[in-house]
Design a protein around this ligand. Sequence first.
Ligand code: XMP
Length: 319
Amino acid sequence: DWTMAAFRAEAIQRIRAQVGDGKVICGLSGGVDSSVAAVLIHEAIGDQLTCIYVDHGVMRGGETEQVVRTFRDRFNITLVHRDASDLFLGQLEGVTDPERKRKTIGRLFIEVFEEEQAKLGGADFLAQGTLYPDVIESVSATGGPSVTIKSHHNVGGLPENMRMKLVEPLRDLFKDEVRELGRELGMPEEIVGRHPFPGPGLAIRIPGEVTRERVQILQKADAIYLEEIRAAGLYDAIWQAFAVLLPVRSVGVMGDGRTYESVCALRAVTSTDGMTADVYPFTMEFLTRVSARIVNEVRGINRVTYDITSKPPGTIEWE
Ligand code: XMP
């Protein structure tokens, strides 16, 4: 009889057998997969594991602090936290093409990760939160022609040529099983139940140029939106919900004055795998409440719209 407790025990034995007394490095992204992989591996080999968290400056508001707090303070995992936001935002200056944003962030991420790894004196193994669907996808990706709509950059995924042996303890699991394993490991619901978040972060939720100021505006709107979703008890019914800061300004009225500020679009979808998605049917009352809060509380936004496009033909992200 297969249980998550049994999987956990077996996985720990397998990790110990593979790693021996070697050193393991794991890139943490704040997402479910790399988080669960890190906690599982830490349980198996303790201080032989070092995690590297690269802050690219386009995380959600408060996310970095939460990752550092959780892994360092709660799980006692050795964690290198590198704030590389100046570097990333500097290189994103003037970049408006979505694919160039992804490539810029992907390239810098690898550079910074390699730098941090070198500072640690290298390692014998690289841990990754690869899941079963990722394994299938990379096999089928070599099996025939396919259409690439977006060059997915995933901060957990590092290039083959990093020459370390891989530790991938989640390779046999689906997403819901990874969540269950995380719970079995005593991880907080705010991590195991978290919505997927793209590797390039808020950079692909700011069509047009990404600046520090625009990132901050979006972080505020996004935080209000998610706070209201959680308060309404809707978070777990939704696959992904986020705000997008549009490169469009509209005229509005505030008190006696005219405003001319940015438009924000809200997105929320249901999905089982991200391949297809339906719009989440919020009530008008909910949407108008969120809109009022964002316009009142976030300087720089004076109009809010709700994206009602399903996938296909739309994609979940705007870029
Ligand atoms: P789309 O927008 O293609 O997104 O419908 C499908 C799922 O993939 C996520 N996504 C990404 N994840 N790097 C990632 O790690 C990326 O570059 C990227 N682009 C999209 C998106 O959030 C959704 O869950």
